[in-house]
Design a binder for this molecule. Structure first.
Ligand code: URA
Length: 436
């Protein structure tokens, strides 16, 4: 069938069959569909949607556009991963990978870079000198059985169709389509050869999906399609109405991860989300029957030092220093200007615009406004007080880390503009609900 017939079917609200979807994905990968044709079909999908069968076919064809890792007979435990739809200060993958590995699971995580206001795991890891997220597949295949977890970036060998489709969606106002987001996320995740997947679908004023209804629709789509593609999947809808943890910014988040793994400090909300996601990974992977025993195993991975040890091994295996955990200050960049941000009045902290906080990190230089931009690893916010905290006028509510006094002044003003000091605050539930 010629491309315009496929486009016409979807433009007229029809259903595409698996052969038509395969042809589209082949056209994406070998460039036989022009950019205009891909954009037209993406817009037709955006406007007219896809049913579960179509999204499963699209996901599998995109997954199969590249290599699919195959762990059969090579590992003595389940292969599990988690994926977050993106938030501010979300460094959970960094702690969860060594924790679930210490509990007997294997996590081959293909992570992303920052996108818009959201931070990216790859950008965080690359603040560690020498750590390389660009690894050949055979290195991942060699390291996963030894370490239990490997966190790297997307390679051109895994789901290449998504790279071209994503780049075209990005410039044609077709990103916010549930079928296209579902196929994009899952084609990459399923190329890891998973036995189980846990999704962290963020809801709130720092998330891509702002409302419970939108987040639930995305979560249901991902769970139905992943299960339809044969990978048991569960989605936790978690709160993103404030920064997760007490830092936002790449190297600052690595420091928070090290503090978490070594037991120096564990911010309670970050700890709870990490345990909830980890427990579901261990249960879905068949390692634990109930949540209490899964959480006890995760807690033990921390208290025994095993998770910290695995993180250190992963860092050095992927090119980073062998003694990062002992001497983080020696390796991680720090900003020349660090200033307190203080409460302008007394009351309870209420973060009203967490996207604004993410954008403040981007403007400090911690994210990108165009794809080729270098990021400044050292900038961001630390010592962030949780939403709902009671403060007195003049109390320090966060610190800004910046490249200059001017940048720090602007970012402090942006931080204060993203919150209110209220007489009362009703906290949103941390785990809103679970689908799957
Ligand atoms: N993340 C992805 O990988 N793809 C999307 O479409 C949206 C978020």
């Amino acid at each position: 069938m010629i491309p315009q017939e496929i486009i016409k079917t979807k433009r007229n609200g029809g259903q595409l069959n698996p052969a038509e979807i395969s042809q589209f994905v082949r056209g994406l990968t070998d460039d036989s569909f022009s950019e205009g044709q891909v954009a037209a079909l993406a817009m037709a999908i955006y406007l007219n949607g896809m049913n579960v069968d179509e999204i499963v076919a699209l996901t599998l064809a995109m997954r199969d556009s590249g290599t699919v890792l195959n762990w059969q007979g090579k590992l003595n435990g389940p292969v599990v991963d988690k994926h977050s739809t993106g938030g501010v200060g979300d460094k959970v993958t960094l702690m969860l990978a060594p924790m679930v590995a210490a509990c007997g699971a294997f996590m081959p995580s293909i992570a992303g870079r920052g996108l818009g206001h959201t931070g990216g795991t790859v950008d965080k890891l690359e603040t560690i000198p020498g750590y390389s997220c660009t690894q050949p597949l055979d290195k991942i295949e060699q390291l996963l059985p030894q370490l239990g977890c490997v966190i790297v970036g997307q390679s051109s060998q895994l789901a290449p169709a998504d790279r071209r489709l994503y780049a075209i969606r990005d410039v044609t106002a077709t990103v916010e389509s549930i079928p296209l987001i579902t196929a994009s996320i899952l084609s990459k995740k399923l190329s890891e050869g998973l036995d189980a997947l846990v999704m962290d679908v963020k809801i709130g004023n720092g998330a891509i999906m702002r409302t419970v209804d939108d987040a639930s629709a995305l979560a249901s789509s991902i769970v139905n399609v992943a299960n339809g593609a044969g990978v048991p999947t569960r989605a936790l809808l978690t709160d993103m109405n404030q920064i997760l943890g007490r830092t936002a910014g790449n190297a600052l988040e690595v420091v928070e991860t090290l503090d978490y793994l070594t037991g120096k400090y564990r911010e309670p909300r970050l700890h709870q989300v990490t345990l909830e996601l980890g427990a579901n990974m261990l249960m879905l992977g068949g390692l634990h029957k109930d949540k209490a025993s899964a959480i006890a195993a995760l807690e033990y991975s921390l208290s025994s030092g095993k998770a910290a040890e695995i993180f250190a091994q992963m860092v050095s295996a992927l090119g980073g220093p062998v003694d990062l955990l002992e001497k983080p200050q020696q390796y991680l960049a720090s900003a020349p200007v660090v200033q307190d941000i203080v409460a302008p009045t007394s009351g309870y902290l209420n973060y009203t615009n967490t996207v604004g906080l993410g954008m403040a990190v981007v403007r400090l230089g911690g994210g990108r406004s165009h794809p080729s931009q270098q990021i400044d690893p050292a900038v961001g916010f630390s010592h962030i007080l949780a939403g709902g905290s009671k403060v007195q006028q003049g109390d320090v509510i966060a610190c800004v880390h910046a490249a200059s006094i001017e940048a720090a002044t602007i970012a402090s003003a942006e931080y204060l503009a993203a919150l209110s000091i209220a007489e009362q605050v009703t906290a949103a539930p941390l785990v809103h609900h679970i689908i799957g």
